[in-house]
Design a protein around this ligand. Structure first.
Ligand code: SF4
Length: 307
């Protein structure tokens, strides 16, 4: 059995920054500090930070007054931001700068009185944060599928769209195409909202799966970009499994298989990939190949007050 490792894979710049912010805040203020929502969607990362003194909460009203609160990499609505200010929290915002860019885009377009459409997955925290950037009586309309686009009713020509950062590049293209057909004057974001890390990891898996029989994706169930990686292999009619670590591997998945592909979502640490490689070597893998891919050099520094 041969193991092919996708490149790039694993941590992106936004995840690196968010984790570093929690660690620095713990050093600076001491435990406990409160993190609103899982700082990144990965069980291993969240458990590590819990063991260092981070407390994860879903709602700001779970946080005592005057404590340190960190917003997760997925971003928050203006209402959540205000709630944290109202309890006198010391706030550190770990929202990925590429999500903040989408928030700014929504605000800018609404100032121009545009109807803004967001392509994204209902209920995902990033989507809730982006929908929550609206002010006054303006709203952002969410679409998830081409049929959602068919049901949209907008009577003005001033329309823009924006997207969640971690979507399937291919599915989003279809939705954008449907939007353009229905609203020929619709304005696109200045630069694609699907982030570089999502795009690169999807491209890498597409190429990898040309030569693999099965794909293992390190990533948690609630990680949007990890789920999209699994879907790519499935669409190529190859079995694919999302795993949090080696305990989730069912040996039958790789029995009699010639080539196994391994990748990791943007919130899954490399240490878990290495454990999977060791596990596959134990199960009879004879060769491990790092497939070459796009080099990433994006870095987002932590805010000055945490440096
Ligand atoms: S996946 Fe993209 S948008 Fe999300 S944290 Fe990473 S770089 Fe930022």
């Amino acid at each position: 059995m041969k193991v092919l490792l996708a490149n790039p894979r694993g941590f992106c710049a936004g995840v690196d920054r968010a984790i570093e912010m929690v660690e620095r805040a713990l050093e600076l203020h001491g435990a406990p500090i409160y993190v609103r929502h899982e700082v990144v969607h990965n069980k291993f990362v969240v458990n590590e930070l819990k063991s260092k003194g981070a407390i994860f909460v879903e709602e700001i009203d779970e946080v005592p007054r005057g404590k340190v609160v960190i917003f997760s990499a997925h971003g928050v609505s203006q209402a959540v931001r205000k709630q944290a200010q109202d309890i006198g929290a010391i706030i550190y915002d770990a929202t990925c700068p590429l999500v903040t860019k989408v928030h700014k885009e929504v605000t800018r377009k609404q100032k121009q009185n545009h109807n803004v459409i967001l392509i994204g997955h209902e209920g995902h925290p990033e989507v809730e944060g982006t929908l929550g950037q609206s002010s006054g009586d303006q709203t952002v309309q969410l679409v998830e599928t081409v049929s959602d686009v068919e049901n949209l009713e907008i009577s003005t020509d001033d329309i823009s769209y924006t997207t969640q950062t971690t979507l399937s590049v291919d599915d989003t293209q279809k939705i954008v195409q449907a939007l353009k057909e229905k609203f020929p004057n619709i304005q696109a974001p200045k630069k694609d909202d699907i982030c570089y890390a999502t795009q690169n990891r999807q491209d890498a898996v597409k190429a990898l799966m040309e030569s693999c029989d099965v794909l293992l994706v390190l990533g948690s169930n609630n990680s949007s970009n990890s789920n999209r990686l699994k879907e790519i292999a499935k669409k190529m009619n190859k079995p694919a499994y999302l795993i949090d670590g080696i305990d989730d591997i069912d040996v039958r998945w790789v029995e009699g298989v010639e080539t196994v592909g391994v990748t990791a979502g943007a919130s899954a640490p490399e240490i878990l990939v290495q454990e999977v490689v060791d596990c596959l070597l134990d199960k009879g893998a004879t060769e491990v190949v790092e497939v070459s891919g796009v080099k990433e050099d994006v870095h987002f520094p932590v805010p000055g007050e945490l440096r």
